[in-house]
Structures are given as C-alpha cells and as structure tokens.
Design a protein around this ligand. Structure first.
Ligand code: NAP
Length: 293
C-alpha cells in the first residue's frame, strides 16, 4: 500500500491517528502549525511538511484534524491552503468536530474544485485515537466512503456512513450532547457519594456493572475521584461542541433542556479559567455548586 496522505493538525488526536496511518503502511506527510509536532510524526516514520502546500501536493487523501469551524475553513480555503494545492480527484476527509452547516458548505466548495469530500468526526477520545479504535460518523457519498475504507480502518473500529455531507457532524453533535450529560450526572453522583462518606472506588465499581455503567463512568470516574483533569478532551472544545448542538437544535426546533443546562455548566467551567482541563473537569463546577470545594 503506497497511498500518500496529507495530515493537517497533529494535536492530541491528530498525531496518534497519523502515526496509526504510518503503521498501516501509508506514506503520511504531516503539517502542524507549531512545527515540532510534525517532527514527532517524522520520528514515527512519517514525513514533516513545512507548509500545507508541501503536505498536500500530489496526495491522494487529505486529512484535517483541527479544533473548530473557522480553523477548518481557514486551512481549506486560504490562499496557500488545501484547495489551492490539492490534486483534482483527491479525497478530503475532515475528522474535526465542526458545525454541520459549515461542513456541508465546505464540502460543496471542495467538490466544486474536483475533490471528494467526507465529514468524518470521531469519538473515543485520546485512548481511542492511540489504539486506532475510534467511532467514526461519516457524511458524504457512498462511493467516496467505500473508497476511503482502508484509511478509516487504520484509525477506527466502528465506521458508519450516516448520510450526505454534514450528516457526520450532526451525529457527532448528538454524541457530544450525550457525553456532556453523562459527565454532568457522573459528577453529581460523585459529589453526592462523597457527601455521605461512601467508599467511592467501590461505589463506582458496582455502579459500573449495572445500568448506570458507561464508557464515561469507566474513563472519567477515577479522574473525578483523583481530581486529575489532565486532557484528554479539553473543556474549551466541549464548550465549542455544546454551542454547536444547542444552535443546531434551535435551528431544527428541538428542545434540549438537559443539554442546555449542561452547556451552561460547561460554559461556567471555561469562564472560570478551566478550559484547558479535561472535560471530566466539569466536576469542579458541580462540586462548587454544593460548596464542597
Ligand atoms: P488539539 O490538541 O488542540 O489539536 C488541534 C491541532 O490543530 C493542533 O495541532 C493545532 O496546532 C492545530 N490548529 C489549531 N488551530 C489551527 C488553525 N487555525 N490552523 C491550522 N492548525 C490549527 O485538539 P484535539 O483534541 O486533537 O481535537 C481536534 C479535533 O478533534 C477537534 O475538533 C475536537 O473537537 C475533536 N475531537 C477531540 C477529541 C479528544 O478527545 N481530544 C475527541 C474527539 C474529537 P498548534 O499545535 O499550533 O496549536
């Protein structure tokens, strides 16, 4: 397999995903705004590109993994960006989590330039990226999805085409709603258990075996008990995602009262200067509400 992949955005998620593509046999050229992260890819057998043009030139697949809608828009459409340098017929896969309407619009721009476009946000966190077992919700055409199977298989485990362009991002917005709600309730449960002096490690163990069990409980419970909120998934990014889901729900005429409450708690945590914590750090605000800090 010698397909050339340009990978733009080598952050917490992008770097391990790019490394997994190298391990799968692809020729991966990585570009990152801060160049030292691209060096880490080179040390793992990929190539460090100094510019987007250098990464994208002649690549059959172009991947973006950057934080937010304006960032994707920028790397795609700026003068020295992807669209200016991509070969016609290349496939652009955006793994970032962005607004569904922006994803749809950018896919149209990419298609007008002769590219194939797939919005493919992921779930599974940093451990899922490192282990190559992400859930990937894809929006785009069936033929383009099928043709990108080898790429998706190298980074993910549950990979589903959910509809036309933008649909992947709509499903990801629902994912973020569910995850934030779970984290909020888990935080409330931990504060509650601690108030009663219950042995919390045992409590979470037994809760994890019943209907209250979840991946959120498995991955975030101990972080809350330890007050250890090294990211992972930064609260600032989950704040962005709660903005996406509340706006999209409003647009669709859908009420999300629980989601809106959690969105406010996430916003408060970020405003307190904790946007750099893992999203399990939502616990800090939940704890404050009960005067327990
Ligand atoms: P991250 O660690 O902050 O990495 C973002 C990367 O994008 C960095 O390498 C950054 O470069 C680069 N970047 C930022 N703004 C840019 C711009 N305007 N132009 C070019 N490059 C830019 O974020 P992450 O956690 O990997 O998340 C990336 C995306 O995946 C986000 O959309 C996030 O919501 C989503 N996601 C994250 C997780 C998770 O658990 N972390 C899980 C699922 C989905 P610098 O190094 O120069 O800052």
């Amino acid at each position: 397999m010698s397909k050339t992949i340009a990978f733009i955005g080598l952050g917490i998620m992008g770097l391990p995903m790019a490394k997994n593509l190298v391990s799968a046999g692809f020729d991966v050229r990585g570009f990152n705004r801060s160049p030292e992260k691209a060096q880490a890819l080179a040390e793992a057998g990929g190539q460090a590109a100094g510019t987007i043009a250098e990464a994208v030139d002649g690549a059959e697949v172009i991947i973006t993994m950057v934080p937010d809608s304006p960032d994707v828009e920028d790397v795609l459409t700026r003068e020295d960006g992807i669209l200016a340098h991509a070969a016609a017929g290349a496939t652009w896969i955006d793994f970032s989590t962005i607004r569904p309407d922006v994803a749809k619009g950018l896919a149209e721009q990419a298609k007008a330039k002769g590219l194939k476009a797939l919005d493919a946000p992921v779930s599974g966190g940093e451990p899922g990226a490192v282990d190559g077992v992400l859930s990937i919700m894809v929006g785009g055409d069936q033929a383009d999805f099928d043709a990108a199977a080898e790429v998706f298989d190298a980074v993910g485990k549950t990979i589903v085409l959910v509809g036309p362009s933008g649909s992947g991002q709509t499903v990801k917005a629902a994912n973020q709603l569910i995850v934030a709600g779970n984290i909020g309730l888990l935080a409330e449960a931990v504060v509650f258990l601690e108030a009663y002096g219950v042995e919390t490690t045992s409590a979470l163990q037994v809760l994890g075996g019943g209907l209250a069990g979840s991946k959120v409980l498995e991955q975030k419970g101990q972080k809350m008990l330890d007050r250890s909120f090294e990211p992972g998934f930064r609260l600032a990014l989950h704040h962005k995602d709660m903005g996406i889901v509340t706006a999209a729900a409003r647009e669709a005429g859908v009420a999300i009262p629980l989601g809106s409450s959690v969105a406010q708690l996430v916003a408060a945590t970020v405003q307190q200067g904790n946007g750099g914590l893992d999203h399990s750090g939502l616990f800090t605000v939940v704890e404050q509400l009960s005067g327990k800090q």
